[in-house]
Design a protein around this ligand. Structure first.
Ligand code: SAM
Length: 263
């Protein structure tokens, strides 16, 4: 099975971005009935450094939060972040092979994980198996088809193509967002809703995007190609700095919420 290994710079970038989604994640948990009730259990798969795991453990201190992460560097960071929470724990593992008994969780969360899963339907079958019949599966991810910029310089367009090919070559799927609804239905979730939101660089600018999200995308390329990709992003950031009002990037953020229960 694919075993991701992010260096510490990439882990820092991913952690920095994780904070952006924490408040909304808690609201979504409340909406599906998470309420600090004793006995309630949440599973987070691919937790990274544990930012969302901690947010849930803090906000719902009566529940048990369990996280799973395959990357040893991230696992160590999550373990450290969780150490003062008696209601949270993390273990090494993959979404495709969960070591938990059937029907033992009320909610399941995976953020930016399914685009990296080599066997996403197997991972969803595992999610379905460990969830209680009235439990909720929440998956957030992107889709590179909804990744558009204007203007889009030719070298930038080519770079996205290389990143997509590299991710697919590693067994991932850059177009996962559009597939979530049908995959969830095929995996035994009767109630499925996928909301999509457009996120833009209006708040952060192309230069910040290039140094944070852009670097993470380059991380998927073979090491020998990363400097060339970095030069493309630097040139784009320079063009955007010279004419900030003209350069924009828009990304689609897919949020799936699904339950095995009948509609
Ligand atoms: C972009 S990071 C997102 C981390 C965290 N969920 C967040 O939103 O900050 C992708 C995460 O998925 C994990 N991952 C990759 N393949 C996985 C798999 N097959 N099962 C579980 N986690 C996986 C990576 O190790 C990494 O922690």
């Amino acid at each position: 099975m694919f075993a991701p290994a992010h260096d510490s710079a990439e882990r820092s970038r991913i952690t920095k971005r994780a904070y952006a989604g924490a408040t909304e994640f808690l609201e979504r948990l409340r909406a599906v009935g998470m309420a600090s009730k004793a006995g309630q259990r949440l599973l987070e798969v691919g937790c990274g450094s544990g930012v969302h795991t901690v947010a849930a453990a803090k906000a719902f201190d009566g529940i048990e939060v369990v996280a799973v992460e395959p990357d040893f560097g991230f696992f160590a960071e999550a373990k450290k972040r969780l150490r003062s929470f008696s209601n949270a724990s993390v273990q090494v593992g993959h979404a495709e092979n969960l070591r938990f008994a059937d029907q033992t969780f009320d909610a399941y969360y995976a953020r930016l994980v399914y685009q990296h899963c080599t066997a996403p339907l197997k991972a969803l079958a595992e999610a379905r198996r460990v969830l209680r019949p009235d439990g909720w599966c929440m998956i957030d991810d992107i889709d590179r088809g909804w990744f558009m910029s204007w203007p889009e310089p030719e070298p930038v367009r080519e770079l996205w193509g290389h990143v997509e090919a590299a991710q697919a070559g590693a067994g991932g799927d850059p177009f996962v967002g559009r597939k979530l609804h049908s995959w969830l239905r095929a995996s035994g979730f009767a109630k499925v809703r996928v909301d999509v939101r457009g996120v833009s660089t209006d708040g952060v600018g192309i230069a910040e995007f290039a140094s944070c999200v852009g670097e993470s995308l380059l991380d998927m390329l073979p090491a020998a190609d990363r400097n060339a990709g970095r030069a493309v992003l630097a040139e784009w950031a320079a063009q955007a700095a010279a004419d900030p009002s003209a350069h924009r990037l828009y990304v689609g953020w897919f949020m799936a919420t699904a339950s095995p229960g009948e509609v």
